[in-house]
Design a protein around this ligand. Sequence first.
Ligand SMILES: [Zn+2]
Length: 333
Amino acid sequence: MEKNPYLELLDNDNYSSKLVAQRKHKKFLENLYKSHPLLEKLDDRIGILQSKIANNLAKKFKGEKVADLDKMRTELSKAINQKQQYLAKYSISTNYKEPNWQCSKCKDSGKIYNEKQVQLCTCNKKNNMILKQKSAGLPPKLVNATFNKADFSLYNKEDRDNALTMYNETKIYLNKLIQNYNDSKTFPHGLYIYGKTGGGKTYLLGCIANHLLQKGISVNYIVYADLLDRIRQTYGKEEGETEGQILRKITTVPVLLLDDLGMEKNTEFSQKHLGQIIDTRYRNLLPTIVTSNFTLTELEERARNDLYGERVIWRCIETSKILELTGNLRSPS
Ligand SMILES: [Zn+2]
């Protein structure tokens, strides 16, 4: 079975790199003390004095009788002075007690603990990306989908040339989207990728998702039929996300990735929501990227009948950039 990167995430807080740094440092300190026994004695002495002072301060706080704190403090600063001179004399770095972390900000823990919350450290880029992918709803099988890794040898010759063109067109589209989005937080053009099942539409959508996330633009990936299930599940329930919350997220996310339009049972329920989502985004100048088995003719035909309000969907998709992905990656050719 394929590994699920989201499960790996639960187990990974840079534990191994932290352990390596700590182990190396322990060895380093042992060697340092071996060649500088006086330094070890001074460190011991400072440690003992510090804990004595702390204990006595606690006693004092409780109103108990304490030993001569001033005397202890004088001894402590004397020891610290001695140590500083020793370090200077032998050119030992003053932070020799701190392991050589790869990231000093989080001490290789990958996390930064604030007063109230834990945040991922910026050094933890891989985990950051996985978290973004998870919150985008990207399925585990698409986590590693990238334009660089796309394998065109899976297509037969004719479809391969087409796929290469479609991938390039997609990249051109994304460059425009990213530029516009960074400038104005909007981009009025969607992308409609259609083709028969097995042509690699979902993989291309995964490449798009990861490219946008890398560029710092949030996306939300949904298989339309799953969305309808999620909405249905909210009915009659008091807990969990509400229909309104689900729809709000999907209508306001910078880029919506809608996979497999048309696979859901065509009902008034599904079309009502789809029309609403696409139309709201369209009016707010937020791009929607759709994959579907429907050809444009089929889509237009459905719009003409407008049985379930498909006209609004057609109107939006009509203004999109249209790409066709041909071929079948699932059947050996
Ligand atoms: Zn860090």
